[in-house]
Design a protein around this ligand. Structure first.
Ligand code: HEM
Length: 417
């Protein structure tokens, strides 16, 4: 890979995070990049790639300079038909809180944080344990099985959709809509695919609007009802449309992120069976293993921002409107913060410093829930399968998008004693 200097900013014409080589092993691409270019322009995505921990942290903490408006914009320019379908379906270019700057962001974040309390998260623990047990009871331990379809995919969907209050009959449809959302905003769909995804997004938004209207007349003990109670206090401070937008955030954010976190964690522990065996022998290592997974192989490896004004970052002059590709996965391998970054170590003292959940005003609202689900899943797996192993000859594959990464299938087998 060659980097040439152009207008004081290095340009890497070969960098493409949707290329098969990158999707297969982004860390090999990272290792091939010159360290002296921590910020460079990538024409394939019309974005500046930011790799250093300190620069990414600076960006997260300075929302006056770096806007979140880019976070969910489609990576490719949409064809007019797809754009029209989205707008007609009430899907704005900044469709939910993670793309909004203050004060619009605060308007949505505050009631969400009020309804999504640590108490509500803690109350989910028995349900998470019961769901993990139920899913693992269905596994036949004597044969190889795909851990993604058995556990990591259904678990977070069951937990977050149940928490929000979505009827179980609609879960499969919601999972499918989430897939369209990931492809549209973070992939490189063709014109025909864009239209198909846009139609699904319009249906997804329409469903959530109808769901809020129905819920308003039939409250239960769930997150949607908690938001409606906040609406009742002051209907102008939180509208039904805004509640639907918050549910649009959570129904997606609480799902693939956690599926992939668990998948990446199990994969990295099993890559070296001694790691798995150590955690099975000492479950006290599990919280550290989850943090280390978030540092070493995060399930949200990339997030995006856009500059509001000209600014110098990592020695590079950026114009206003520069799109930034915050390579969170690279920040976890920054040796100036994490010594020996290529070593996966559940005992690493400062793994909690990871930027995998962001930083600042958009810091992930579901961080505690995601970690709890991953810890409970690892506890159950190491207890039931203390000698779990990867099945040979099953290459991993990854969904073609820039921001959500984890194995699509993970074949494992409980080794005989
Ligand atoms: C477990 C793995 C997870 C990872 C790696 C992850 C990562 C992230 C990241 C990188 C952001 C953007 C931060 C920023 O822009 O500064 C974010 C925001 C967010 N996450 Fe998560 N997330 C995870 C799980 C969850 C779960 C389980 C939920 C919900 C229950 C959730 C809900 C949210 C919400 C609502 C936001 C937007 C917050 C805002 O804009 O103020 N996330 N997350």
């Amino acid at each position: 890979m060659t980097i040439r200097d152009q207008s004081a900013c290095p340009v890497d014409a070969g960098f493409d995070p949707l290329s098969p080589a990158f999707l297969a092993d982004p860390f090999a691409v990272l290792a091939s990049l010159p360290r002296e270019a921590p910020v460079f322009y990538a024409p394939s995505i019309d974005s500046y790639v930011v790799t250093r921990y300190a620069d990414i942290e600076t960006i997260f903490l300075d929302h006056e300079t770096y806007s979140a408006a880019q976070a969910q914009l489609p990576l490719v320019q949409l064809v007019p038909e797809a754009a029209q379908i989205l707008l007609a379906g009430g899907h704005q270019p900044q469709p939910s809180m993670v793309s909004l700057d203050p004060p619009a962001h605060t308007r949505l974040r505050s009631p969400t944080a009020r309804a999504f309390t640590p108490r509500r998260v803690a109350q989910m623990e028995p349900r998470i344990r019961a769901t993990v047990d139920q899913l693992l009871d269905a596994v036949i331990p004597s044969a190889p099985f795909d851990l993604v379809s058995a556990l990591t995919f259904p678990l977070p969907a069951t937990i977050i959709f149940g928490f929000v209050g979505i009827p179980e009959r609609d879960w499969a449809q919601l999972k499918a809509w989430c897939g369209h959302r990931a492809s549209l905003a973070w992939g490189r769909p063709s014109a025909g695919e864009q239209v198909h995804h846009a139609q699904n997004m319009a249906s997804y938004r329409g469903y959530l609007r109808a769901f809020v209207a129905t819920k308003a007349t039939a409250r239960e003990d769930d997150f949607a009802s908690a938001l409606l109670a906040i609406h009742d206090e002051d209907p102008d401070a939180l509208t039904h449309e805004e509640i639907a937008s918050i549910l649009f955030s959570l129904s997606f954010a609480g799902h693939e992120t956690t599926n992939y976190l668990i998948g990446n964690g199990v994969r990295r522990l099993l890559e070296d069976p001694a790691r798995w065996d150590a955690v099975a022998a000492d479950p006290g290592l599990i919280p550290g293993a989850v943090h280390e997974t978030l540092r070493y192989d995060p399930s949200v490896p990339v997030w995006r921002r856009v500059t509001k004004r000209p600014v110098t970052l990592g020695g590079v002059d950026l114009p206003a409107g520069a799109k930034l590709f915050l390579w969170l996965a690279a920040s976890g391998r920054d040796a100036s913060v994490f010594p020996e970054p290529e070593t996966f170590d559940p005992r690493r003292a400062n793994a909690t410093k990871t930027l995998a959940f962001g930083r600042g005003i958009h810091y992930c609202l579901g961080a505690a829930l995601g970690r709890l689900e991953a810890e409970i899943a690892l506890e159950a797996l190491t207890r039931r399968f203390p000698r779990l192993r990867l099945v040979d000859g099953r290459p991993l594959s990854f969904h073609p998008n820039i921001s959500f990464r984890g194995p699509q299938a993970l074949w494992v087998q409980a080794a005989p004693d």
